[in-house]
Ligand binder design. Structure first.
Ligand SMILES: C[S@@+](CC[C@H](N)C(=O)[O-])C[C@H]1O[C@@H](n2cnc3c(N)ncnc32)[C@H](O)[C@@H]1O
Length: 256
């Protein structure tokens, strides 16, 4: 039987074709770690997040535009102050619904990160709250996994559990249903009667549509809005936050 080995390199991967087997591997590549940094107070960082932020060679901190500082980076700045041996990359993830524009930025960010991983450096992508919840991390994760790199996630305190703690509210108990709403639209109207507690993210843009939907529900309710949760300028108010900033969340709890 004729046996042969073919060895080649493709997009950062070493590929060996040997008889009827294909082996794909990378030599000394880094991994991407999505690190949740919580809602704002650096004391809400997990021990694991702190350990990674202190050790990792590359920090990737998303920002919404070139001239706005990264919120996630500001949460970890005191930890980074004691380090001078890391590289910082700050890709822009603009606040736009233009999918082409977004994809272009996600691709650029993935390229920046992949360049570091290929050199063998681990990259910690720091993200507000938890990386599994409405985080730009997910778009990066998808691309980096497609390129064949390892990806890990480190959970963080989500903004809405931080908000519940600030407002001293239990979100749900027993068989109650909790719903997290990133954008208020028709879908909420259809399910609202089944929901016991509702978290409205990005509350400023929700405007009056949410007030109408909630107002139409005959149940008694407690509505609390929290802005800049766990930060020095945290604001908590009963009802909706009309001119809140991006870091505003409204909790609506229906009474039985
Ligand atoms: C893109 S989502 C990010 C969610 C985040 N990954 C998490 O686990 O909470 C951004 C929304 O989270 C909420 N948020 C994040 N940080 C907050 C904070 N410190 N105070 C109040 N709301 C916050 C706001 O509703 C904001 O519009």
């Amino acid at each position: 039987m004729v046996s042969f080995i073919v060895f080649f390199y493709y997009r950062g991967k070493y590929i060996i074709v040997w008889a009827n087997r294909i082996l794909v591997f990378r030599l000394g590549e880094g991994k991407l770690i999505g690190v949740g940094v919580g809602p704002g107070d650096s004391e809400l960082l997990t021990l694991k997040a702190v350990k990674i932020i202190k050790d990792v060679p590359v920090i990737c901190a998303p920002r919404s535009s070139r001239n706005k500082p990264s919120r996630a980076l500001s949460i970890i700045k005191d930890i980074l102050a004691s380090r001078d041996n890391y590289r910082l990359i700050e890709p822009v993830f603009p606040m736009t619904r233009d999918i082409k524009e977004l994809e272009r930025h996600w691709d650029e960010a993935a390229k920046l990160v992949a360049d570091e991983l290929e050199k063998g450096y681990d990259v910690a992508f720091v993200t507000l709250g938890d990386p599994s919840l409405y985080s730009t991390f997910s778009y990066l994760q998808e691309r980096i996994e497609d390129l064949g790199f390892e990806v890990e996630m480190v959970p963080g305190v989500t903004s809405f559990t931080g908000c519940a703690a600030s407002a001293s509210m239990t979100l749900v108990e027993g068989d109650e249903i909790l719903v997290v709403v990133p954008r208020v639209d028709e879908r909420l109207k259809e399910i609202i009667s089944y929901v016991d507690t509702c978290i409205i993210m990005k509350s400023p843009k929700s405007g009056s549509e949410i007030e109408d939907i909630i107002g139409d529900d005959p149940r008694e309710k407690k509505i609390v809005s929290i802005q800049n949760c766990s930060m020095k300028d945290e604001t908590i108010r009963e009802g909706f936050m009309r001119n809140g900033n991006y870091l505003s969340t409204t909790i609506i709890k229906f009474r039985k």
